[in-house]
Design a protein around this ligand. Structure first.
Ligand code: FES
Ligand SMILES: [Fe+2]
Length: 400
């Protein structure tokens, strides 16, 4: 029997306050039926991170991205503007592009060579009107636009016209990150990896630091559990900060010089933000590491990752960058291993609902409720911590 994922009953465990809540059932990580419903509810039904803005900043670049039920194009026009379109020709619906492309002046359909400007206008229809086609006006057949906006140097797309603008979606986060000027940072390196785990396990793992000491003994030296604090205001995100970023006996994260002009807190902190639903953004004083999750199946996820550097660090020698890069790859591999193991347990271990650590895993409860809201069509932006939350979630206020 397939569960009703829109029912109050299905979500009753995570709707209770975190002290009483149950974790999400195994089905949400393993069931093909849930996966399909989730593609519609979450990925067709809200803002989704699709690319680093720096990857589509050069005029003539067109990226192809999969998002929920759709394939979309992100184009950078000759005017420098980034636009989004559905990836289907307006003649008879053929997929226009099947891979990222640069230096384009026109998006050409391979079938009958209809051509579209990078702003989506239909500009070429070879031989189409050799015999007049009644009432045909190319202006009536531009590429179908997709809502696009950028936030913190990341391009987000939204297929649902009723969803609030991106600035409202992320609430106070723009203000929290304003000191970094992330939209001016550029991509230094990046890659993709496919992982045998549900996408939610990857972001949930990112959101909690309960596992830090055991899964990442080396990371725990520069990012000590005791230096983690809440960084969670109102908005569709779960956040924490490490303040200060501890040097200790390893200096991997601090090998490169900090961006000039950061305030006292930004210049000594690591911000670790899970932007709902599929972006993990870690911002340090001298670099950022971004992961975009693309669900491929219930048990398979593509990660697109990239390192962003501030304008002041663009000419940093490769050797100085290498230390930071290798460190992240090691940490990410540790996370991937444990998430794949989680997936295997959830798939085959007869697991039913568990419980959350209130101290360390409250963001997972917040995240699960955001998922439930998408399924139940409840348009609500979660509030931030209230005044007494430090008692439960940590030992007090950011030191800076
Ligand atoms: S389907 Fe694209 S030109 Fe015919
Ligand atoms: Fe981790």
């Amino acid at each position: 029997m397939v569960s009703d994922y829109t029912s109050d009953e299905f979500w009753s465990g995570i709707r209770r306050p975190v002290e009483h809540a149950a974790t999400m059932p195994a089905e949400v990580y393993t069931s093909p039926a849930f996966f399909e419903a989730e593609q519609r509810a979450v990925f067709d039904g809200g803002w989704v991170g699709v690319a680093c803005a720096a990857d589509v900043a050069i005029p003539g670049t067109v990226l192809v991205r999969s998002m929920g039920s759709r394939s979309i194009l992100l184009s950078c026009g000759r005017d420098g503007e980034i636009r989004g379109f559905l990836n289907a020709c307006r003649h008879r619906g053929t997929e226009l592009l099947d891979c990222d492309t640069s230096d384009l002046h026109m998006i050409r359909c391979p079938y009958h060579r209809w051509g579209y400007g990078l702003d989506g206008t239909l500009v070429a229809t070879p031989k189409f009107t050799e015999v007049p086609v009644e009432g045909f006006d190319p202006d009536d057949y531009p590429l179908k636009p997709v809502r696009i906006d950028t936030f913190a140097g990341i391009v987000f797309a939204c297929l649902d016209p009723t969803i609030a603008p991106l600035t409202e979606w992320f609430g106070d986060l723009a203000e929290k990150l304003s000191g970094y000027g992330l939209d001016r940072w550029s991509v230094r390196a990046g890659g993709t990896v496919e992982i045998e785990a549900n996408w939610k396990l990857l972001t949930e793992n990112y959101q909690e630091y309960y596992h830090l000491t055991w899964v990442h003994p080396e990371l725990a030296k520069v990012s000590r559990v005791k230096d983690h604090y809440r960084f969670q205001g109102s908005g569709m995100y779960c956040g924490q900060t490490t303040t200060p970023v501890s040097g200790d006996d390893r200096n991997d994260w601090l090998a490169m010089p900090a961006a000039p002009g950061l305030g006292p807190s930004d210049s000594q902190s690591g911000r670790h933000i899970a932007l709902f639903p599929n972006v993990m953004l870690s911002v340090l004083p001298n670099h950022a590491f971004v992961i975009l999750l693309e669900p491929l199946s219930p048990s398979r996820t593509r990660e697109r990752y990239a390192w962003l550097l501030p304008p002041s660090a663009e000419s940093i020698p490769e050797a100085d960058f290498e230390l930071t890069k290798t460190f992240w790859i090691d940490v990410n591999n540790e996370d991937i291993d444990i998430c794949e193991r989680s997936q295997r347990g959830l798939a085959r271990g007869g697991f039913s609902e568990g419980r959350y650590s209130v101290r360390f895993e409250e963001p997972l409860h917040r995240f699960a409720n955001m998922i439930a809201d998408r399924f139940q069509r409840i348009d609500r932006i979660p509030a931030g911590d209230d005044a007494d939350s430090s008692v439960r979630f940590g030992d007090g206020v950011l030191p800076l």
